[in-house]
Design a protein around this ligand. Structure first.
Ligand code: AMP
Ligand code: MG
Length: 483
């Protein structure tokens, strides 16, 4: 019985400027900690006859699968608004694996050692942040939000020096693709139009073959990414996800959530919520995420200008027209998403007021974002005293009246709410507790959290503790980039 790897490495065939061929740097004594059997199955990979020892060697990159061709990808990025040339400094793409149905997935090791793009970094990753990426990315997948996924975490058996000495780890990341807005910025900055053309054709072939025969492929690619990223950020807003570091190198061309550094979920509803320790001005705060999405898309459009039209004025005009539609499109989609969260069918001109009134009440009364919707679904939550409030009751009367406006049954509204409102999200204090136990070798809570987060829209009463925010306000909760 073989594992079933089937590599077809299209990226490795691109010109030299796009990448550097490099193998993962072997590690001392790798030990597999987490292996995602469900994902392996989805990839048509079978590791059932592989020993733990060999799993450890495979997912640390100490032995590379046949057919792989490992490389570091070049990219640039606007980090907090400042442009820098970057590239995979601590990751290698080992190749693109095809499933039996020919679905293509990038397989990448993160924390696999120095590359030519490491810029003084050690190329390594720390255990805590890799486990954190594993659990949050898998939770996002189960929340039905496009995301990169995590196949395995291996402890390297080596220390990494950060502010303190930490345990090293390697995460195996699986994605529809690792091209970023920053990849386009890198190639555009080199000002060789034929490379840009190669990148655009490659992107369309790999991700969006339906626009292959478009009259203006570059403009259509811009439109496709605007649509994908709008949908993505709407989903983040739906579940209270704060990415934390929406730099252009962390915006994926596949429309997947990528780079789980300082991300976290909001507990108490406050649009200004920021968790990242380095985001002091709140550039990537919850409420700013749609604006930043448009800012990043504008950087993407700038790269495409020379290929949208030979006439620069015309190209700028076309790109601007596409980008100008962002706000209206976002607003429409956001309203519909919020209608779903409230079980509202149809459209009424008062809907926006009704939604804003609830959000304002939530902010004023400092209630939990996720649990408010659960409370409205008549399900049990802890700490429901906050909802014994006259303003809330008055709002609820209006909402209940609106629910019946188009003659839909209560059950249908509940169904809609059930599919839009998670019962459980990765709660910051639970994640921290699980990671702290895991770093001391006890993975019991970590594994339990993974199981619960596999069904976030369905949770049993036994799991109430996983639905609660921390008793202490999460305002003070801080996240770190975790390099
Ligand atoms: P990130 O914050 O993970 O999006 O990374 C931003 C850039 O820094 C990317 O080019 C990474 O490859 C690089 N980087 C992050 N950590 C390291 C590290 N330990 N060694 C080398 N490069 C790194
Ligand atoms: Mg990144």
């Amino acid at each position: 019985m073989t594992i079933g790897w089937h590599f077809d490495n299209s990226y490795s065939k691109l010109p030299k400027i796009f990448k550097e061929d490099i193998n993962p740097a072997p590690v001392n004594s790798p030990k597999i900690l987490i292996f995602n059997k469900d994902l392996a199955k989805k990839l048509d990979l079978d590791f059932s006859n592989v020993s733990k020892d060999n799993l450890s060697k495979i997912f640390s990159g100490n032995i590379l699968p046949e057919g792989s061709n490992s490389l570091a990808q070049a990219y640039a990025g606007h980090q907090f608004g400042h442009f820098t040339m970057l590239g995979d400094g601590r990751a290698v793409l080992i190749g693109e694996h095809l499933t039996k149905k020919s679905e293509r997935f990038d397989i990448q090791f993160k924390g696999s050692g120095k590359t030519p793009y490491s810029r003084g970094g050690d190329g390594r990753a720390v255990l805590g942040p890799m486990l954190r990426e594993y659990i949050i990315s898998e939770a996002m997948y189960s929340l039905k939000i496009p995301t990169t996924r995590s196949l395995a975490v291996v402890k390297t058996g080596e220390n990494v020096v950060r502010e303190q000495i930490s345990k090293g780890a390697i995460l195996t990341r699986v994605a529809l693709g690792h091209l970023r807005v920053g990849t386009f910025q890198y190639i555009a900055a080199k000002q060789n139009i034929s490379d840009l053309e190669i990148l655009i054709n490659y992107t369309i072939e790999k991700y969006y073959p339906n626009i292959k025969t478009s009259k203006n492929k570059s403009l259509d690619l811009l439109n496709v990414l605007i649509e994908k990223q709008t949908q993505l950020v709407i989903n983040w807003m739906r579940v209270g996800f704060i990415h934390g570091v929406m730099n252009t190198d962390n915006m994926s061309i596949s429309g997947e959530t990528i780079d789980y550094g300082p991300c976290a979920f909001m507990d108490t509803y406050d649009p200004k919520t920021v968790f990242s320790s380095i985001d002091q001005l709140g550039r990537y705060a919850y409420e700013n995420q749609p604006k930043i999405t448009k800012w990043n898309l504008t950087r993407f459009a700038e790269c495409l200008i020379p290929l949208i039209s030979k006439n620069e004025d015309e190209a700028i005009k076309l790109a601007t027209e596409a980008l100008d539609k962002f706000e209206k499109n976002y607003e429409t989609k956001w309203l519909n998403m919020m209608r779903d969260k409230l079980g509202l069918y149809g459209q009424d001109k008062e809907d926006k007021n009704l939604i804003m009134e609830l959000l304002d009440w939530m902010q004023k009364n400092k209630v939990d974002y996720t649990n408010t919707f659960i409370f409205l679904m008549n399900k049990i939550i802890k700490n429901s005293e906050a909802y014994k409030d006259t303003d809330f009751d008055l709002w609820k009367i209006k909402w209940e009246k609106r629910l019946t406006l188009f003659g839909n049954s209560h059950n249908k509204s509940m169904e809609l709410m059930n599919s839009s409102n998670p019962m459980v999200i990765p709660r910051n204090h639970k994640i921290e507790e699980a990671l702290s136990l895991a770093s001391n070798g006890d993975l019991t809570l970590f594994n339990k959290l993974i199981e619960i987060l596999k069904n976030p829209y369905l949770v049993s009463d036994n799991d109430l503790e996983f639905m609660c925010p921390s008793l202490h306000s999460d305002k003070k909760y801080q996240t770190f980039c975790g390099t």
